[in-house]
Design a protein around this ligand. Structure first.
Ligand code: P1T
Length: 380
């Protein structure tokens, strides 16, 4: 079976008791046991729920992995991964990453004695240099949030293997439709399912996919022990969104490419970040390891912060909002939104400037989207 078919059918067989074509919302917290310890595979919905199982099974299949685990948010999934390691351990993270992941590391896990080094995602050797005897994990996003940088996953997997450290890839921006990190040598795939996987901006969720049974068991233990699980309705909505992931991703990409090309030629735009723009190192790597370039792009606008403010208030279709990956187009201002928790100096060092604007390109008509940007740029 190919991607589109798996997204609709894997883990989603008709309901045995009724023939219902769609997996039901198993809105139950607990399950009757026939006798002590004798049950049909479910005891309590923190530990397992059939609607969640359907989602976990489908996500694992779409990522080409053996095991999937769903969480109540992307950061809950990240928390499960960081919690694998104890006091005195060290994690190497790519330096361009979601501000919330940075905040989780700096404000939560540092307190528990885990240290971190941020490696330059433009310099593969910087990861090698950052590894110490205490390093237990390499963590990257690719493409990254918000600068859309692309990391050579195969190459980094080689570095991780040589150091005997697992490699986790946050695949939120690409989605499994465009990229499967496990096939490139990663050990762990992370998703904020809030984004493309659900795709309709109505659920917050997260997921992990792995191949290694021991790693799965550790993460599964944490999922149940710490309890950050999604409810059955959220799993059901996410499954419904997942069915059309392929269709949506194709449209997101088509529109993003069109707008990236438009912006890259616009006189009020200093620089456009989109891995599908030819002639860059990111384009070369993305062409090798991805099946498409995705629906996210960022750009720098001329005219300083006042121009940013005028541009944002001039938009009519792009909504100013956190998040991404929904059918509707969103605009965000990383300096004050997704990366507001990063100290200014750290943010500027990474190239997340005060004139950087990020677009989550939706699946509306691309001419309407272009006109919206054109008009707002004219006002800026
Ligand atoms: O929001 P949550 O579902 O907890 O997911 C966190 C997360 C993890 N990884 C990446 C790459 C992300 O982009 C996010 C969340 N990002 C946004 C809310 C945003 O606007 O970028």
């Amino acid at each position: 079976m190919r991607f589109e078919t798996k997204a609709i059918h894997t883990g989603q067989q008709s309901d045995l008791s009724t023939g219902a074509v769609i997996v039901p919302v198993f809105q139950t917290s607990t399950y009757q046991q026939e006798a002590l310890g004798k049950h049909k595979g479910y005891e309590y919905s923190r530990t397992g729920n059939p609607t969640r199982t359907a989602l976990e099974t489908c996500l694992a299949e779409l990522e080409g992995g053996k095991y999937g685990l769903a969480f109540s948010s992307g950061l809950a999934a990240t928390t499960a991964v960081f919690s694998l390691f104890g006091q005195g351990t060290h994690i190497v993270l790519g330096d361009d990453l979601y501000g919330g992941t940075y905040r989780l590391m700096e404000k939560v896990f540092r307190k528990w004695g885990i240290s971190a080094t941020y490696a330059d995602v433009d310099d593969p050797e910087s990861f090698e240099r950052s590894i110490t005897a205490q390093t237990r994990l390499i963590w990257i996003e690719s493409p990254t949030n918000p600068l859309l940088k692309v990391i050579d996953i195969k190459r980094l997997a080689g570095v991780a293997q040589a150091a005997k450290v697992p490699l986790a890839v946050d695949n939120t921006f690409a989605s499994p439709y465009f990229q499967n990190p496990l096939a490139l040598g990663a050990d762990l795939v992370v998703h904020s399912t809030t984004k493309y996987i659900n795709g309709h901006s109505d659920v917050v969720g997260g997921a992990l996919v792995v191949n290694d049974e021991a790693l799965y068991n550790e993460l599964k233990f944490h999922q149940n022990a710490a309890g950050a699980v999604p409810g059955p309705w959220d799993c059901w909505l996410t499954l419904r969104g997942l069915k059309t992931l392929a269709l949506r991703m194709r449209e997101h990409e088509k529109n993003a490419k069109y707008l990236a090309e438009f912006l890259s030629r616009h006189e009020k735009v200093v620089r456009t970040y989109y891995p599908g723009l030819e002639g860059t190192r990111d384009y070369e790597i993305a062409s090798k390891q991805m099946r498409g370039f995705g629906g996210m792009l960022s750009f720098e606008i001329k005219g300083g912060v006042p121009a940013v403010e005028r541009f944002l208030s001039g938009l009519k279709i792009f909504l100013l909002a956190e998040s991404l990956g929904g059918v509707e187009s969103l605009v965000s201002y990383p300096a004050k939104m997704t990366h507001a928790s990063m100290p200014e100096q750290e943010r500027l060092k990474r190239g997340i400037t005060d004139t950087l604007i990020r677009l989550s390109v939706g699946i509306e008509n691309c001419e309407d989207l272009k006109t919206d940007l054109e008009n707002a740029l004219l006002d800026s």
